[in-house]
Design a protein around this ligand. Sequence first.
Ligand SMILES: [Zn+2]
Length: 191
Amino acid sequence: MIRLFSQLCKFFKQISFENEITAFNKYVGSVNVEALVCPICGAKHALSPFASYKRHLVTYDSNTAQDNIIIISRYICSSCKRTHALLPSVIVPYMSFSFKFTLYLIHDYLVHKYHSVEVMCEHYGIAISTFYRILQKFKEHKQTWLGLLKDKLISNLSFIQQILNSSFDEIEDFIIQFLKRSGSSFFQGTS
Ligand SMILES: [Zn+2]
C-alpha cells in the first residue's frame, strides 16, 4: 500500500475538500508517478500502473450519506515485482466510510443532533455496533495524538470541531503526522 500525499501530486493546491469524491479523483488523476517510491524495496522511478479495482466509499455531503464507487489504482514495482494500491490520504485503509463521513457522524453524536443513537445511525445508514467501534477508535486515537494529559483537557467535541474547521492542507498534515507517530491512519482499525 502506498499512501499518497499531496506533495506527490502536481496540482494539489487546487483540490478542495468540500466534495471528497472530486478531491479523490483530482488527487489520483494528478499523481506524479515519477516521485513515488516503492514501500517494500525503496526503489525510485520504478513504479508503473498495473491494474485497478473498484470499491465502495460512503461519503457525507449536504447532510446525506452517499454510496460511491471509487477506483483504486495498483502500481507494480519493476525492481521487486510487488504491487501496491495507491491510497490518497483522505481514504482510511480498510474502512468503507470516508474521513469526513466519520467526522460528521461523531460530531452529530456529540451535539445530540438526533433523538437517539438508533435514529442517528439510521440517518447515516450505519449499524449501531459499527458506530460504537468508530467512536471507541476516535477516543483511542485522540488520546494517542494528544497524550494523556491534554486528552483530558480538550473535549471530544472541541477536538472534532477543530478538525472540521481545518483546511484540506491542515487535515492532510494532521493525517500524515498521526500516521508517522502511530503507524496507522486516524480511524484505522474500526472494521
Ligand atoms: Zn519494489
